[in-house]
Design a protein around this ligand. Structure first.
Ligand code: CUK
Ligand code: CUA
Length: 764
């Protein structure tokens, strides 16, 4: 339950607190001083109190927003509006190693049309997997409008798992929308084209060009789209737009908008009016009412042809089997959104000032009675518009997208031209409230707004322009997401989030407690497939395998070294590194960059990733860690030595650098013994508490124990060499023992602080 402070109580509390501070002896500014200095009103303070999240605090909701043609997904929290992550999807992203390790390169290649790797995408609509119409927190999908593709992202590790290319359509817009139980991910075309990437001249537009909607079968357990179980419905060459799945009573159906049902083909260069004129001539376009459940049965009965390996149900079969019906909708519609109870479909008409509420039961009755007012040019039955409508409400100029509230019958619609959001009652057909937005709003986002049980609370306006809202950063402005409180009767603007990637179209938000991401990978996981990597090795079994023309490194990384550190190769060799991060500690990620090469890996705890240099050029290539992983991070380094063709292999040199004596060894050894007594004290403190009740502390203790174990091994080596009076190796191994001690002490102190701050008790 959310604690709702009334406005006056909140302000009284803030002022009382500020009074308390003013009375204190410190010279710190009071709240009133700050308000005055920064010119903040009480309303601002209230908005701040509703969004401000103290250090270490958590958000109530997580948002997944498209980044538009930046090709990724932006993750941010609500109400704090703090950005957490950019999930790389269609576009390479070096921090995550995405598009730079062999595994993700393979994923991007498999997700590109044959013969090329496409390194960007135009993301529009992220959508979350659903079970019984509500988010289940497992999978995320997003579409690429430019190259018709759908990506699957795992919410276990927030990584892209799969990209599928549509072999039939040339572009799309109506993706990635899911059916009520994520049986299918829907993807509808936008610009009509000959199916299957064929050529046909534009004067054959009516006969050879087509639209289509693909039903990608999703296997929820495997987290995979199965192309062999997917099918496409051939549709008339209208510009199909967005699609919304039915729910409850309409669960077997989907609703797909279209514009340009005029089938106009522009040609401004030859004196014709542009597309925009010819595509908005008619008063109405067609909403497609799709019986996908029946289409699935038709597909399973084998009534399809195959185009480029994809099952396509031909136009005639679609009509004959009663898979798609049309109903006129106000011209150039955009948003189509099914209500939480599945009874209504609300359509926004970009060039119409109404929100049109279609009644599913009324449409279904006409379909069942085969009562049609006519057919389109291809023979699709058309329902009566008036008889299909529940109501139409004058909302304002340019209604685009709709999102539902947790309150029954309440919906929010963006008004693109008016730059406003309108809150209205779609049952009674009346406007309830309006709020101004900066500027030209597109999609809206309410919490769980497209599920059967929306959470309410907040609304985000995904604006198209930010004009004068932020410090200028050049002609390309940040994108602007505006957070609005919708818990009361009046909408209240709370916060502006400038986003430095664009252009975000749609976003979805899920209650944070529905997500259970992992903290570390199972040892040796290929994160791009989530399967065990065949290249993983355990510490102690690292190896370099040489075959003619090839060097393959199977190594491990841990604070703060690579094993191996020196790798020899010959000019022209193919050199592959497979690294496994053998850390168990939370957030102990290492990187791997090789100078002068397009290589950077992100190695999270437990992960295995690979990088290949196809034809090594002679030279010295330092490699190093790109994440500041410990105090000795800068020392986490190595060399790839590529000797000129034909020269002999060299051993890593041991006779360079400082020479150590017995005195050096004794000094280092004493430092280790002193450090050990500090560690013993920290250990004594931790074990005197109930640290076992804190999973975070338990994880840290395990990690520290690992480090101490490695330290003991290094100490044994130092002792051995000391016995042989090899002071060089004895000193270096004693130094390594000390490195492990420092890491263990660091973790130990972190644990001590954590326990103190989280109220651990003494138990013995
Ligand atoms: S679209 Cu961009 S504002 Cu692609 Cu859903 Cu409407
Ligand atoms: Cu590993 Cu820095």
């Amino acid at each position: 339950m959310r604690l709702e402070l009334s406005r006056t109580t909140a302000i009284a509390t803030i002022l009382a607190l500020s009074g308390a501070f003013a009375n204190s002896a410190s010279a710190a500014e009071s709240l009133q001083d700050v308000m005055k200095r920064r010119n903040l009103s009480e309303k601002d303070m209230l908005a701040a109190a509703k969004t401000y999240t103290p250090s270490g605090g958590r958000d109530e909701f997580l948002t997944f927003s498209s980044s538009g043609h930046a090709g990724s997904i932006i993750v941010y929290g609500i109400p704090s509006m703090r950005i957490y992550k950019y999930i790389a999807v269609f576009t390479p992203e070096p921090w995550q190693g995405y598009g730079f390790d062999d595994e993700s390169k393979a994923l991007l290649k498999a997700g590109s049309p044959q013969g090329q790797t496409i390194n960007w995408g135009d993301t529009h609509h992220p959508n979350l997997s659903k079970t019984n119409g509500d988010y289940d927190g497992q999978w995320l999908f997003i579409n690429d409008k430019s190259t018709p593709r759908i990506a699957v992202i795992s919410l276990k590790d927030f990584e892209t798992r799969q990209i599928v290319v549509n072999p039939v359509l040339t572009n799309e817009h109506g993706g990635a929308f899911v059916t009520n139980n994520t049986e299918y991910v829907m993807e509808a075309s936008q610009l009509p084209s000959p199916l299957g990437h064929k050529y046909a001249p534009l004067d054959k537009f009516n006969d050879e060009f087509r639209g289509g909607i693909t039903y990608w079968k999703f296997n929820k357990d495997a987290g995979k789209i199965e192309q062999e179980n997917s099918f496409t419905l051939e549709l008339p060459p209208y510009s199909q737009d967005l699609v919304s799945s039915g729910k409850g009573p309409s669960e077997d159906w989907a609703f797909l908008n279209s514009f340009c049902s005029e089938r106009y083909v522009g040609g401004i260069e030859s004196g014709k009016p542009p597309f925009e004129a010819g595509c908005s001539a008619n008063d109405t376009d067609f909403m497609h009412i799709i019986n996908w459940k029946k289409a699935e049965a038709v597909f399973k009965a084998g009534k399809f042809t195959k185009i480029n390996g994809m099952a396509v149900i031909p136009l005639k079969t679609v009509i004959d089997e009663g898979l798609v019906y049309l109903v006129p909708e106000p011209k150039s519609p955009h948003g189509v959104d099914v209500s939480p109870d599945g009874k209504f479909v609300i359509v926004g008409g970009k060039l119409d000032s109404h929100g049109s509420v279609f009644d599913f039961a009324k449409m279904k009755a006409q379909i069942d009675a085969k009562k049609f007012v006519g057919k389109d040019a291809y023979g699709f039955p058309i329902l009566d518009m008036k008889e299909s409508l529940h109501t139409q409400v004058a909302l304002g100029l340019g209604p685009l997208h709709n999102q539902y509230d947790s309150k029954p019958c309440v919906v929010y619609t963006s008004l693109y031209v008016d730059s406003q959001i309108v809150k209205w009652d779609y049952c009674q057909g009346k406007v309830l409230d309006k709020i101004a937005i900066q500027y030209n709003v597109g999609h809206l986002l309410t919490m769980g707004g497209d599920t059967m049980h929306p959470d309410g609370h907040y609304l985000v306006a995904l604006n198209k322009l930010s004009i004068d809202r932020f410090n200028p950063v050049g002609p390309l402005h940040p994108q602007n997401h505006q957070l609005i409180d919708i818990s009361g009767d009046k909408m209240e603007l709370l916060y502006d989030l400038p986003i430095g990637l664009g252009e975000p179209h749609q976003a979805v938000a899920i209650r944070a407690d529905k997500l259970k991401p992992t903290i570390r990978y199972k040892y040796g996981t290929d994160s791009r497939t989530e399967e065990e990597s065949k290249f993983a090795v355990r510490p102690g079994s690292e190896k370099i395998v040489r075959t003619p023309g090839k060097v393959e490194v199977f190594g491990t990384v841990i604070r703060s070294h690579y094993n191996p550190e020196i790798v020899e190769a010959e000019e022209g060799d193919q050199v592959t590194f497979h690294w496994t991060n053998s850390e168990r500690a939370e957030d102990e990620t290492h990187g791997f960059a090789i100078s002068q090469n397009d290589v950077n890996l992100s190695l999270e705890p437990g992960k295995t990733a690979s990088a290949t240099i196809e034809h090594a050029k002679a030279g010295v290539y330092p490699y190093y860690c790109t994440e500041f992983c410990s105090a000795l991070h800068l020392e986490m380094e190595g060399y790839l030595m590529v000797r000129p063709k034909g020269s002999a292999i060299e051993k890593a040199s041991t006779n360079v650098g400082t020479v150590y004596t017995k005195a050096d060894f004794d000094k280092q050894y004493k430092a280790c013994l002193d450090t050990q007594s500090v560690i013993d004290k920290v250990v004594a403190y931790i074990t005197s508490t109930n640290f076992k009740d804190f999973p975070t502390a338990v994880g840290q203790v395990e990690d520290a124990t690992d480090q101490l174990k490695f330290g003991t091994e290094a100490r044994a080596k130092a002792d051995d060499y000391a016995k042989k009076e090899d002071w060089q190796n004895a000193t270096l191994w004693a130094g390594q023992w000390w490195q492990y001690q420092v890491k263990a002490a660091d973790i130990g102190l972190r644990t001590k602080t954590y326990l103190e701050q989280n109220g651990a008790r003494t138990v013995k």
